[in-house]
Design a protein around this ligand. Structure first.
Ligand code: PLP
Length: 458
């Protein structure tokens, strides 16, 4: 835990990030790209890609459901990937299981489709959630389970979360609470003590760790969430197509799988219509796992282990601080600000993500697509839209739910951005820009983003 600005600077400079960029990510400079989209995907280091290529070139990997050497090679790679995943989250292997999935979304869906929702066991979502978590409400709704939302404050942090949580539980009983470790919209790192608060009220807790990235601080010995979802490409770029549900064994036991499939069953009888699921993670891993990509997980974690997490955190904070400071100086000729920031204005309890809009001289919002187009032309890779996080976006943009309702009715399901803009007479801000940083990011990348924003001046 960083205790002072001075310690933070020391940690940021204690690791040579410029050397890392030169040796592992030189392709960014060759291509002239300021890559600032780490919340969408981390980038892999060149040595990591080579290590995986070498492993595939020389190893023999077969379907892990067989028993021969090639199969055992895959099983061993998966066991190593499971151990590295537990170690990353500091999860006790006696308590936690790792179920491999296609991505974080699939990990969340495993819980959503199997959770015993009922009229007394509902779903509590933070307003700040990715749609891959918001979608859980469809399963809860089908079970006639109550669904509540914990609101956000003006800084896009959870607003008095313990009090709102208690009120929800008093109203609807316990159930499942789901919130992100770090917002993929604002970069806010939510207070993880909410895990203990919710468990003390009889709730299960799912923490979505997808957007927290490699500098994330979720320690499962400290905050023993029942379920955690992640995607590996967001941690170290390679492999894609593999994620994990890290779950307490006791929590997995409370889930009821809606089906069985190849790979998940101990026994199936067609004549008797009976089946029994395998215990632990095997009962949750449908079909043949992505065993060649899983073989890249260990080298991904090994790559990350070269960068002390404290240094990475400080590097990320320092880059965000640099952007916030530059953004504050950007003004129109009439002195009006050029940038509207969403979320916290400082780097406390936030990760490497900043959401903003570029403003016109009259204070109106420049359509985000316009800035995105200019960014592409400038070789600056940032993201535009609401980043699949409509709850945080609605709060950030001051969404007028009642005022816009007639538009939803009028549009009859055609919710295209243009149609919504037209219907609200241009009043609705429908998207922002998101800049996100990672280990390879250099201060020059941030300055290129600031120069791009300055170039949007009319
Ligand atoms: C907070 C959060 N949750 C879930 C997801 C879904 O991740 P994936 O698309 O890898 O399943 C994302 C992706 O951006 C995310 O940022």
């Amino acid at each position: 835990m960083l205790t002072s600005a001075m310690e933070s600077i020391d940690a940021a400079t204690a690791f040579d990030f410029a050397a890392l960029r030169a040796s592992e990510f030189a392709r960014l400079d060759t291509a002239g790209i300021a890559y600032l989209d780490y919340a969408a995907s981390a980038l892999y280091g060149v040595s990591q890609a080579r290590a995986h290529g070498e492993r595939l070139a020389h190893g023999i990997f077969g379907n892990p459901h067989s028993e021969h050497l090639a199969s055992r090679n895959s099983a061993a790679a998966q066991a190593a990937a499971r151990a590295a995943t537990l170690a990353f989250f500091d999860a006790d292997p006696d308590i936690y299981e790792v179920c491999f999935t296609a991505n974080a979304t699939a990990a969340i869906k495993l819980v959503a489709e199997s959770y015993p929702f009922s009229s007394r066991r509902g779903l509590i979502l933070s307003a700040d959630n990715h749609n891959s978590v918001n979608g859980m409400r469809e399963f809860a709704g089908r079970a006639q389970a109550p669904i509540s939302t914990l609101p956000l404050d003006a800084q896009l942090r959870l607003d008095h979360a313990p009090a709102h949580l208690r009120a929800c539980v008093n109203r609807q009983g316990g159930g499942l609470l789901a919130f992100p470790q770090q917002s993929n919209f604002s970069g806010v790192q939510h207070d993880l003590s909410l895990v203990e608060e919710a468990q003390a009220l009889g709730c299960d807790v799912l923490v979505d760790a997808a957007a927290a990235g490699p500098s994330g601080t979720l320690n499962l010995r400290e905050h023993s969430a029942d379920f955690v979802a992640c995607s590996f490409y967001k941690l170290f770029g390679l492999p894609t197509g593999v994620g994990a549900l890290i779950a307490k064994r006791s929590a997995l036991d409370r889930l009821r799988r809606p089906w069985f499939s190849g790979g998940t069953v101990e026994f199936v009888s067609v004549a008797h219509g009976r089946h029994s699921l395998k215990p632990g993670h095997e009962g949750f891993e449908d079909g043949t796992p992505n065993f060649l990509d899983l073989a890249a997980v260990e080298s991904g974690f090994a790559f990350l282990a070269r960068i002390p997490r404290l240094c990475l955190r400080a590097h990320i904070q320092s880059l965000v601080q640099h952007f916030l400071a530059l953004a504050a100086t950007l003004r129109h000729r009439n002195g009006a600000p050029l940038v509207r920031l969403y979320g916290p204005r400082d780097v406390k309890h936030r990760g490497g993500i900043v959401a903003f809009n570029v403003l016109r001289e009259d204070g109106g919002v420049l359509p985000y697509e316009h800035v995105e187009r200019m960014a592409r032309e400038h070789g600056v890779a940032i993201r535009g839209g609401c980043f699949c996080n409509p709850g945080a976006a609605e709060k950030a943009f001051g969404f007028d739910a009642a005022g816009v309702e007639h538009c939803f009715d009028k549009l009859e399901g055609d919710f295209s951005i243009e149609a919504l803009r037209h219907c609200t007479g241009g009043a609705a801000t429908v998207g922002a820009l998101r800049l996100s940083v990672g280990a390879p990011t250099a201060y020059e990348d941030i300055e290129r983003a600031a120069a791009l924003i300055a170039a949007c001046r009319e």
